[in-house]
Design a protein around this ligand. Structure first.
Ligand code: ADP
Ligand code: MG
Length: 688
């Protein structure tokens, strides 16, 4: 069959361009452009059950009509409001355009059915320009089926998309291949049946199953999509492991020396993860390991011990962190740990220029520096390693996969460096499998002993004075505190301004305290100097933006104030709170918010009050915000699912992963075709 999109009736140049925006190039691509929901005209919804944003069918009686003409924004046009009641609630229909006879149609006392999207208007629920049908009260509903709602783009109507899909379904391509072995299908649906049912559900189909995406036809397709995604992740892993990696024996002297100098012993969890890493390093192919551990679980030591093996064998280790502040903290830490043991530590950051930069790069290229620490500046072309054997990436979820892959190119000729990825935001298991399916996972599941609990309170902005008094009293007793200013996420400039204002205000009001300021727009030496002062207990109070979110470790700080806490996501708040509770003093976290809170705002703050377990909080975050938000926009493209919704469909994941692994080995061609079908734009890796 000729699969060109132009063979469809009604598709010209213009429409073809709109379709291309949805990655629809061929007629058969429409088959896999799957509905994100359905219009349900099969049920009359009582008005009190309506929710804004929902499209629904109502049946109600006209109470009155209204004609707000010239004073409206739509002056020049006449508009009509029709007030309805169904006995249990009221709603208003709004029409901006009138046609002759329209007013007569809506006579008081007449019964009608309206289908449309519900909105919250100034005076209550509204529908604009709904589909209307006049009926006699209680008339039977006509047989009706669910109508697909497609993801679309501006200028392309649902009706047009439905019309196009309908054409393709009618002359269903004969070469549509079953790619999954029939034995693995969770449901006895052929691909063809499943697609037809999902696009155009039969009129007797199970409506509630379809609306909740639990219909067998949907499950059949969701499963296939999951298998394709898992196959793509696994093939990336096979590809990465094609190259040889240096075999690294366990450290005999460096690691014991490092441990001997520490004031504490590694926890059992740290030891276990350390052993898992040690085993990986002794393989002749690259380690690909993700270490998850809650804030403060001691990932830095695990990374340092891993580095010992590689350094002792005479190779280099690169450690990359997403922010300069975090990278600097690591640099200071690792310098303190390793330089007394004879290992030179180099520093590389974007802002570094001139001689300092040249000297750093030289020490890296000659191999003089064993450990190289920095931000993504580590990737730059000018940075050449003498013999890089391991890459450690801290706070992975802030980097894209491409960046993770890029560092791999910096290894020794013909070899791939080992990769150790650490994340501080625990990631729900489903997300781990879907995004890091190519990595092995270790979990540091216990915090070091002796941590004090953190008491968390939520306080409205009106009580800010009390909070200031409390900070003042606590700091006067020698405690240290953070005061975090957030205005708008993603706007470092505005945040910096807020922090500067707060710094000025509190400095003048609390003259007896030594107060510091740190934000992302400061020079790195300035930032570093302030952080050092705070760490050395020369400052009582540190006013900061969210730049201190990750990695900052000052055990004496026991009070954390977060302004506008309602603007931040759960995981981010958890990270910030994790800056306290690291020492022996009982710690407090004050979440200051501006009322009124949204429903999710209330839920977020109460989740934090009730739990300090990062995994519990991450699950809740996933539920409230979805995977895109948690992983950051960089990685959402990676997810790019058509039908799958991870929270809903996670029960299919383990099986999908198994099937993907089997297919990669036993049916590589079918597996390739499957990936092309569901992930046509994802990078492809050579098969093994
Ligand atoms: P994170 O996992 O958040 O990166 P860090 O590595 O920064 O945590 O460790 C948090 C704090 O715990 C640091 O002050 C570190 O020195 C300390 N720490 C790490 N391991 C232990 C341990 N086994 N016993 C006691 N303290 C530890
Ligand atoms: Mg850390």
């Amino acid at each position: 069959m000729n699969d060109s999109i132009r063979t469809l009736t009604g598709v010209g140049e213009q429409l073809a361009q709109l379709l291309a925006k949805l990655s629809i190039y061929k007629a058969s691509d429409l088959l896999f452009h799957l509905p994100r929901g359905y219009e349900d005209r099969s049920r009359i919804v009582p008005i009190p059950e309506l929710r804004p944003g929902q499209s629904a069918l109502i049946e109600a009686v006209v109470q009155s009509t209204e004609h707000p003409s010239t004073n409206s924004r739509h002056s020049g046009r006449t508009s009509l409001l029709v007030h309805l009641s169904d006995g249990s609630g009221r709603i208003t229909l709004r029409f901006f355009q009138m046609y002759p006879g329209m007013k007569d149609k809506f006579q008081t006392g007449r019964t009608l059915r309206a289908f449309g999207e519900v909105r919250m208007g100034g005076r209550g629920l509204e529908m604009s320009h709904p589909d209307i049908q006049m009926v006699s009260a209680g008339a039977a509903l006509p047989p009706s089926r669910l109508t697909a709602i497609y993801p679309t783009t501006e200028g392309l109507s649902q009706a047009k998309l439905r019309m196009l899909v309908d054409q393709v379904l009618k002359k269903f391509p004969t070469d549509l291949q079953e790619l999954l072995p029939s034995t693995v299908l969770p449901q006895p649906y052929s691909l063809r049946q499943a697609l037809r049912e999902v696009h155009q559900p039969a009129s007797d189909a199970d409506v509630s199953a379809l609306l909740s995406y639990r219909h067998p036809a949907q499950i059949r397709l969701i499963f296939e999509e999951l298998v394709a995604h898992q196959a793509s992740l696994l093939s990336r892993r096979y590809y990465l492991q094609l190259k040889k990696a240096p075999v690294v024996p366990m450290s005999q002297t460096l690691a014991p020396q490092l441990l001997a100098r520490l004031p504490f012993k590694p926890t059992q969890a740290q030891q276990r993860v350390g052993q898992e890493i040690g085993r990986d390093l002794q393989q002749a192919h690259a380690m690909l390991r993700l270490v998850q551990g809650d804030v403060g679980s001691g990932k830095t030591l695990v990374a340092a011990l891993a580095a010992c093996h590689v350094l002792e064998a005479g190779w280099q280790v690169a450690l990359m962190a997403p922010t300069e502040i975090l990278a600097e903290q690591h640099f200071i830490n690792f310098k303190n740990w390793f330089e007394p043991l004879g290992v030179q530590v180099a520093w590389l950051a974007g802002k570094q220029k001139g001689k300092a930069r040249a000297a750093a790069e030289l020490s890296v290229s000659t191999g003089e520096a064993g450990l190289v620490i920095g931000t993504h500046a580590l990737f730059q072309d000018s940075v050449q390693f003498a013999h890089l054997a391991m890459v450690i990436i801290d706070e992975q979820h802030r980097f894209g996969v491409d960046q993770r892959l890029a560092l791999r190119e910096k290894g020794m000729a013909g070899m791939s460096p080992h990769q150790l990825v650490m994340t501080a935001t625990p990631i729900p298991r489903t997300l781990t499998m879907s995004v890091y399916g190519d990595l092995d996972t270790s979990i540091i599941d216990k915090l070091p002993p002796g941590r004090t609990s953190i008491t968390t309170v939520a306080v409205p902005f009106e009580r800010r004075e009390e909070v200031i008094a409390r900070v003042s009293a606590n700091c006067a007793q020698g405690k240290q505190a953070y005061w975090v200013c957030t205005l708008v996420e993603e706007s470092e400039t505005l945040d910096a301004k807020a922090a500067e204002d707060t710094y000025a205000e509190l400095s003048s009001r609390l003259p007896h305290l030594r107060i510091g300021l740190v934000h992302g727009r400061m020079k790195s030496e300035e930032k570093q100097a302030v952080m050092q002062q705070f760490k050395a207990n020369e400052l009582h109070l540190l006013i900061a933006t969210t730049v201190i979110e990750v990695g900052v470790d000052v055990p004496n700080a026991s009070l954390m104030i977060i302004e506008n806490a309602e603007r931040l996501g759960l995981s981010q708040l958890h990270q910030l709170r994790g800056r306290v509770g690291r020492g022996a003093t009982a710690s407090f976290c004050v979440l200051m918010y501006k009322a009124p809170l949204s429903d999710t705002g209330v839920e977020r703050l109460s989740t934090l009050r009730n739990s300090t377990d990062g995994f519990v909080i991450a699950e809740k975050d996933l539920e409230l915000r979805g995977p895109g938000e948690i992983l950051g926009t960089r990685q959402t493209g990676l997810l790019g699912f058509r039908l799958v919704q991870l929270q809903r469909d996670d029960y299919l994941l383990p099986r999908a992963q198994q099937v993907a692994a089997q297919m990669l080995k036993a049916q590589p061609e079918a597996c390739d075709a499957l990936m092309n079908r569901w992930l046509p734009t994802a990078p492809r890796y050579a098969r093994v």
